[in-house]
Design a binder for this molecule. Structure first.
Ligand code: ASP
Length: 578
């Protein structure tokens, strides 16, 4: 750590090589141990912890004894070898014999102990986030995050990407979530939206000729926050011109390699690619956790099928868990999951004693079991589904992995999912909606189906999945106004609505837009995965709670009456409301 007027080096940097040298350190008192003849102080700064010592009779002895937790001090002295080393600390071989000590500030007794392992309530820690952030685990995660952004920036810069900032006060961009809105004072009755992503702005930068753009971009989505969502989050947002999907995947596969290699010391090698159709049928999810091999197999020719009432006429899927065993209770729980998806599950338990299954009563002979691939002993799950309803397969697979406490077969499973559908049907309204966002370029092979059979049209869209999390998502974009209009039309937009909402985009596309495409990485989630955090809050300096609150700042907060009156005026087109 940089030398300043207060210190010559960081607390955590002192080593045996410094023995005999005079050093100056500054930091926070982690704890004081008064052993009578000696007093020891653990001093902490961002680099780590070092032990200070004073002997009875030394001029600083009395001061050292009276220091409180989290006081800020500066200490000077000679580094010496410890009598009883601590092998768990990088500085554990040495200590500083304090000759001079200055108290720079005192501290109230902190409301919780500032240690890696803490059982303090998260609410309390968020209220005193600046104290929570003094914990080494959190500091290390944020340092890791900073390092990761540096590596990403360097990788992108070396490949011609230009960092450009885009505005926060914009118009709604449709990423499928609710916008945060800001009322305009100067144009009463009108609103800005905070960006859900810089999607259209980065496309406009391509039209403007920047060729390659990136931004460490803050995005805002007013959603109900779950463990892996925050209202405000960061994307590494990228866009490239004159590229095909292949060019884009290769560029960002390289970025993923680089991050894993430099930060995790892991060589990923070429990333497997799966089509959306394949992952849905094999894993029941578009972001499967492939650390586990478990895979559903379609059962095609199984004669017994026909005389089992709850399977007849459906597509059969079979999951075999080698060596697996499930209690009655677990089987009932899985059955309940199947029921909640409107279907019935058949469980097959095979042991050296034979096969136990609710299917037995429907089968005519032992030979009927052929067609369901099994090994010597294990557990099989069989379900009948209607086409396209694969979510149950994912729910059951996750339940089996969790309930049987299966261990992962590898640490990292990183894959591409490609060929997503362009549209999906909104269950409530029955209307077509964009599966990703409305700017995705249809797969060229499916272009002629756009009007006749839109649900069968694939998009040039891709996701990167790491251990069951979607870490990046992107697409090639429509770069002609004509194609973009065809998509908007399919989404039910009238000419007037197109002009009203996306007139600027359609206009820009008509002034020579290059072929382009890109992606965005969810930085918070990626850092969380790589640092072993359990929650996005673990990798964000000042996060919000599940109900969207900042407990430290007390945000959101009511306005004072005058402000509220003004805002109401802005919202209601300048007419006074009571
Ligand atoms: N804007 C998209 C998103 O936030 C990513 C992209 O298409 O580049 O998911």
């Amino acid at each position: 750590m940089e030398r300043t007027s207060y210190r010559s080096l960081g607390c955590g940097e002192i080593r045996e090589a410094h023995i005999g040298r005079q050093v100056k350190v500054a930091g926070w008192v982690r704890r004081v141990r008064d052993l009578g003849r000696f007093v020891f102080v653990d001093l902490r700064d961002r680099t780590g912890i070092v032990q200070l010592r004073a002997l009875e009779g030394s001029p600083v002895y009395e001061v050292l004894r009276t220091l409180g937790r989290e006081w800020v001090i500066q200490a000077e002295g000679v580094v010496q070898r410890r009598e009883s080393p601590n092998p768990n600390l990088p500085t554990g071989q040495v200590e500083i014999e304090v000759a001079a000590l200055t108290v720079l500030n005192t501290s109230e007794t902190p409301p919780f102990l500032i240690e890696d392992e803490t059982n303090a309530q998260e609410e309390l820690r968020l209220r005193y986030r600046y104290l929570d952030l003094r914990r080494t685990v959190l500091q290390q995660r944020l340092l890791f995050r900073a390092e990761m952004v540096r590596i990403i920036r360097e990788y992108l810069r070396a490949r011609g990407f230009v960092e450009v900032e885009t505005p926060m006060l914009i118009r709604s961009t449709p990423e499928g979530a609710r916008d945060f809105l800001v009322p305009s004072r100067l144009k009463p009755g009108s609103f800005y939206a905070l960006p859900q992503s810089p999607q259209l702005l980065k496309q406009l930068l391509m039209i403007a000729g920047f060729d390659r753009y990136y931004q460490v971009a803050r995005c805002f989505r007013d959603e109900d926050y779950r463990g892996d969502r925050q209202a405000e989050f960061t994307q590494i947002d990228c866009e490239m011109s004159f590229v095909t999907q292949e060019d884009i995947l290769q560029t960002f596969e390289g970025l993923v390699w680089e991050v894993f290699q430099k930060l995790m010391n892991v060589e990923l090698g070429p990333l497997p690619r799966y089509s959306y159709a394949e992952v849905m049928q094999a894993y029941g999810s578009d972001k499967p956790d492939l650390r586990y091999r478990l895979r559903w197999e379609a059962v095609l020719n199984w004669p017994a099928h026909a005389h089992i009432p709850f399977l007849a006429g459906k597509n059969l899927y079979w999951l075999w868990i080698e060596g697996g065993k499930a209690s009655r209770r677990l089987q009932d729980e899985w059955q309940a999951i199947a029921k909640s998806y409107g279907t019935t599950l058949a469980v097959v338990q095979k042991t050296s004693q034979g096969i136990q299954s609710s299917l037995n009563k429907f089968l005519l002979s032992e030979g009927d079991w052929e067609g369901l691939p099994m090994s010597a002993e294990g557990l099989g799950l069989l379900v009948g589904l209607e086409e396209g309803k694969y979510a149950l397969l994912g729910a059951l697979r996750s339940a089996v992995i969790k309930d049987l406490a299966l261990s992962p077969e590898r640490d990292w499973a990183v894959l591409w999912v490609v060929d997503f559908p362009l549209f999906e049907r909104d269950e409530e309204s029955g209307r077509l909606v964009a599966a990703h966002h409305p700017f995705v370029h249809p797969h060229p092979e499916d272009l002629d189906k756009l009007e006749e059979d839109p649900l069968r049209v694939r998009g040039l869209a891709y996701d990167l999945v790491i251990n069951g999390y979607e870490i990046m998502s992107g697409s090639v974009r429509c770069h002609t106004a004509a194609l973009q209009r065809r998509i908007f039309r399919q989404l039910g937009l009238s000419e007037a609505e197109m002009t009203e909402k996306f007139g600027f985009l359609l206009e820009a596309l008509s002034y020579g837009a290059p072929p382009h495409g890109g992606c965005a990485f969810g930085l918070d989630r990626w850092v969380m995965l790589l640092t072993g955090g359990e929650n996005l809050r673990d990798v964000i300096a000042f996060p919000k709670t599940a109900s969207g609150a900042d407990l430290m700042l007390g945000a959101p907060a009511p306005l004072d009456p005058d402000q509220l009156r003004q805002v109401k005026e802005w919202i209601s087109s300048g007419q006074t409301v009571s």
